[in-house]
Design a protein. Structure first.
Length: 644
């Protein structure tokens, strides 16, 4: 079996699986390469060694130049190559791993330069430092010459680094030319975020200089250019504590949507994260406190909700962290949980302080919130009338009971994933509550998922539709009830933790059981759920064909974004995901009650006839004896119900 193991070099690894490092091989991936270089240059300025950055955009190339120190050209003793070649060809190399106080740099993973190099047909680097002028050229990530020093030019008066790269069109098949408008808008944002830097952007036809002085308020001004704002002056709150600097500027508008643009160390966290969630919770908490103090008895119904507090808010959040943690190399979402309480408390306090000194503004916000609550109440009554008039589709419980009653006889032997210890541990590792927690395992099956939390919680209760599964899980859980996940038979706010695995894709209207789970959770409680997801859009439909033939009850083949939206759309926050890959024996998996012999044969044919495009993104093996082993991508999500 050893000959099946393939070891790729670092550059080959990036070129073989570029999406693992830069998110995608679309034009977004090309933009990511460019801004890896821009952010490296910004880091030089943050460290106080650069003040100017120039970006030149050609038809099929880009260059980024700064007036910083210049990458070190000295020979690295361990690798016997220059330091510049080291950072261009070795992943996780660079000086930014050694951070000092207040150096809030963006390049934390050490893969940016090497990825740009690996995914370029050609890359040229020019370095000016105290010892001279140096050049080197790379092809597809490999140096084609040694670092060359110019013999006749000294450059100690004008140090810096210039990198020119040509994206590899064999990898970026959609790429024809750089999107100058996108680059212009992004550089302009960076100028607002970094007012100490002068940015220059050039194309063959145009030249721009960005030299901002008004900071992130400039980003908000542009966002509000065609929108009516509620207050003449923006609200701006900021604070700094040790390894954290937080700055936000925002305003309410007459719109009914919310816009929050967030940044961490100058990088756009366009999917938000813990810093955004903490801001949202802090704003809501501050307003709730003010309403209770200044308008007692005037607020009807339930307490102010987060989406009500944020309705119409346009906000810019600029967070700086010494040690940021991101979800993925593209840094689109921040995951530092240790900052949540600090930001929430600060924002709540500053909201209260501001409106206590601006009572007229507080009255405007209160009247806006009252109007919003009234309009939503009217809309809910209309929706309820429509529901009562037309009804809704229901699942046939008897079909589920019959199938899973039969499946229970061979449940543990029907798939590796059911008892895989690494997968179960990944669920339990997400647990962040205390040992007094009461947990519910919905659709508990044999109770193995709930049992993985047993030594972490005070009590674990199971719920399943079939009496056979109830009896199976009674051997592992403290108590088990028979019931339907669409109508969980427990009161609101009964549990600290709810867990489940691989069930939501079997259900129509999966948002309904997720809403039920949200209902029975206490504020601050956790929902931990595991789900098989495709590796990408490429293998999504292919996987659905396989799963539908194996399991006729399947309704959904979620993409990762779909599943995130399902959870967040129910009102959950603080989403964290862990990915675990598990090899599954397909011949064992399809040898089950619900899969006909014809469908078993058709599933094997789907694997045998898989296209090269599928095989590139979705690993599976057909062994010499004909067995099929498929690598399944398990994603374990943890979310939290917001505190009231």
């Amino acid at each position: 079996m050893n000959d099946e193991i393939i070891v790729l070099s670092e550059i080959e690894a990036v070129r073989t699986n570029p999406s693992m490092y830069i998110g995608s091989v679309s034009n977004d991936g090309v933009n990511h390469l460019l801004f890896e270089l821009v952010h490296n240059a910004i880091d030089e300025a943050i460290l106080g060694t650069a003040s100017e950055i120039e970006v030149n955009v050609g038809s099929d190339f880009c260059s980024v130049e700064d007036n910083g120190r210049g990458i070190s050209t000295e020979i690295n003793r361990e690798f016997n190559i220059s330091n510049v070649q080291l950072v261009l060809t070795k992943l996780h190399s660079g000086s930014k791993f050694k951070k000092t106080s207040n150096h809030f740099t963006a390049g934390l993973h050490g893969v940016g330069l090497s990825c740009v190099n690996a995914l370029s047909t050609e890359l040229k680097i020019e370095i000016k430092n105290a010892t001279g002028l140096f050049f080197q050229t790379y092809k597809e990530g490999s140096a084609i010459e040694k670092l060359v020093q110019s013999a006749d030019e000294k450059s100690n008066k004008n140090p810096g680094t210039k990198i020119t790269f040509y994206p590899d069109k064999k990898i970026f098949k959609e790429f024809n030319s750089f999107d100058f408008n996108y680059i212009h808008a992004s550089i302009e944002e960076l100028a607002f975020l970094n007012p100490q830097i002068t940015f220059r952007l050039n194309s063959q036809a145009e030249r721009f200089v960005f030299d901002s002085t008004n900071g992130i308020a400039g980003i908000l001004d542009k966002a509000l250019a065609h929108t009516q704002k509620l207050f003449n002056e923006h609200l701006q709150f900021k604070f700094q504590r040790d390894d954290l600097s937080f700055d936000c500027v925002f305003n309410w508008t007459t719109e009914n949507n919310t816009l929050i643009k967030s940044y961490v160390n100058g990088v756009s966290t366009f999917l938000g994260g813990t810093h955004v969630n903490a801001y949202r919770s802090g704003l809501r908490r501050g307003l709730k406190s003010l309403i209770s103090e200044y308008f007692p008895g005037q607020w009807d119904g339930l307490a102010l909700e987060i989406d009500e507090a944020l309705d119409g808010v346009f906000a810019i959040i600029n967070c700086k962290l010494l040690h940021p943690n991101f979800e993925g190399q593209t840094k689109s979402r921040l995951t530092n949980f240790e900052i949540v309480d600090l930001i929430e408390n600060e924002i709540s306090g500053q909201v209260i302080g501001f409106f206590k000194q601006n009572s007229k503004n507080l009255l405007m916000i209160f009247e806006r919130l009252q109007g919003l609550r009234k309009s939503r109440s009217n809309a809910k009554r209309v929706a309820e009338r429509i529901f009562l008039q037309y009804g809704t589709k229901k699942i046939n419980e008897e079909v589920y009971k019959k199938q899973f009653g039969e499946r229970s006889k061979t449940w543990h032997s029907s798939a590796v994933w059911i008892t895989d210890q690494e997968l179960l541990k990944a669920h339990a590792d997400h647990f962040t509550l205390n040992e007094d927690a009461i947990a519910l395992d919905v659709c508990c099956g044999s109770g193995v998922v709930g049992a993985s939390f047993k030594h972490k919680v005070k009590k674990i209760i199971g719920l399943d539709l079939t009496p056979e599964m109830v009896n199976l899980s009674k051997t592992r859980l403290d108590e088990v009830h028979q019931g339907n996940v669409y109508n969980i038979p427990f009161a609101e706010k009964s549990f600290d933790l709810v867990c489940t695995r691989e069930v939501l894709h079997l259900l129509p209207y999966p948002e309904n059981p997720v809403s039920e789970i949200f209902r029975v959770l206490k504020p601050g409680g956790q929902f931990v759920v595991g789900q098989i997801l495709p590796f990408s859009e490429v293998d999504s439909a292919w996987m659905y064909r396989i799963f539908k033939k194996k399991q006729p009850l399947i309704f959904n083949m979620f993409q990762e974004e779909d599943f995130r939206n399902l959870l967040l759309g129910a009102g959950f926050v603080d989403l964290v995901m862990t990915e675990i890959n598990v090899w599954e024996n397909i011949d064992v998996w399809i040898n089950s009650y619900e899969t006909t012999a014809l469908h078993q044969h058709e599933i094997r044919e789907i694997y045998q006839n898989a296209s090269n495009e599928i095989r590139k993104v979705h690993p599976f093996k057909i062994l010499p004896n004909g067995e099929i082993h498929d690598l399944w991508r398990w994603c374990i999500f943890s979310v939290r119900k917001p505190l009231e």
